[in-house]
Design a protein around this ligand. Structure first.
Ligand code: ATP
Length: 257
């Protein structure tokens, strides 16, 4: 939501096949630093796949994805892409936080232990500062008083907020959200969206796949409508929702609004 200048994410001509299935058919998209880009579209349109390509959880079949100028998942030599070693992919992923529909917290660890896991294990941070930071992050997501709770003792919305804190603990420069509220009971959705709004206000660059039109309208700097593996239309969320230009977008919004 802050004044956006530089492109933090550049996606150019990205294709993805699963076998013969052409799931992404030439995606171009940029996200500026500090922007919130919302992705919307019918089931199977390729939104999750695109997110997963951005942190190289999926390889791409063609194209380029750059985050902060760095090619993700590959190095380029003589115009050809060569997949990076896992340790280099892991280094890139440390800068990209991802929050999934299912939070996948470690059930045998407390909220705080879940959050310090990666900073301690992956980054080698000492436990004391890691715990201090985790406590700050729990405070930020409104769960300061739940540090010693186990996931099973938390609601779905609280678990998702812990998952957001866990992603933030690695100090990512980009956060990816894949339908973060879709698995939640309706009354728990608001708290998670509020945390995401605060994060947006703090200047975090975010790409959010969601069906929450209100969030898209209120928090999104851009809204991108995908269908059948292509970007059909993209623009200012309010304008796009109020006045879609393409038939496919019109038809989609007429069903979800
Ligand atoms: N690992 C995989 N192997 C084979 N096909 C896959 C794989 N992952 C996704 N697909 C297919 O790719 C297409 C796009 O899926 P994707 O999950 O990206 O869509 P989506 O827009 O996020 O949908 P939804 O809103 O339902 O999550 C679907 O047809 C899906 O079946």
């Amino acid at each position: 939501m802050s004044a956006a200048t530089t492109d933090l994410v550049r996606i150019e001509g990205v294709h993805k096949y699963f076998g013969d299935h052409h799931v992404l058919s030439g995606i171009d998209m940029t996200v500026k630093e500090g922007e919130v880009a919302v992705l919307i579209g019918p089931s199977g349109s390729g939104k999750s796949t695109l997110l997963r390509c951005i942190n190289h959880l999926e390889s791409i079949s063609a194209g380029r994805i750059r985050v902060n100028g760095e090619l993700i998942g590959y190095r380029e030599k003589d115009g050809r892409l060569h997949e990076l070693h896992l340790k280099d992919v892991a280094r890139q992923r440390r800068n990209i936080g991802m929050v999934f529909q299912r939070f996948n917290l470690f059930g045998h660890k407390t909220a705080l232990e879940n959050i310090i896991e990666a900073p301690v294990q992956v980054r080698g941070l000492e436990k004391v500062p890691a715990k201090r930071r985790a406590q700050e992050l729990l405070d930020r997501v409104g769960l300061a008083h739940r540090a010693s709770y186990y996931p099973a003792q938390l609601s779905g919305g609280q678990q998702q907020r812990v998952a957001i804190a866990r992603a933030l603990a690695m100090d990512p420069e980009l956060m990816l959200f894949d339908e973060p509220t879709s698995a939640l009971d309706p009354e728990l959705v608001g708290d998670v969206l509020d945390v995401m709004k605060d994060l947006a206000k703090s200047g975090m660059t975010m790409i959010v796949v969601t069906h929450e039109i209100g969030f898209a309208r209120e928090v999104g700097d851009t809204l991108t409508f995908m269908d059948g593996g292509i970007v059909v239309e993209s623009g200012n969320p309010r304008e796009l929702i109020a006045n879609p230009q393409q038939e496919r977008t019109k038809s989609f919004f007429s069903k979800v609004l």
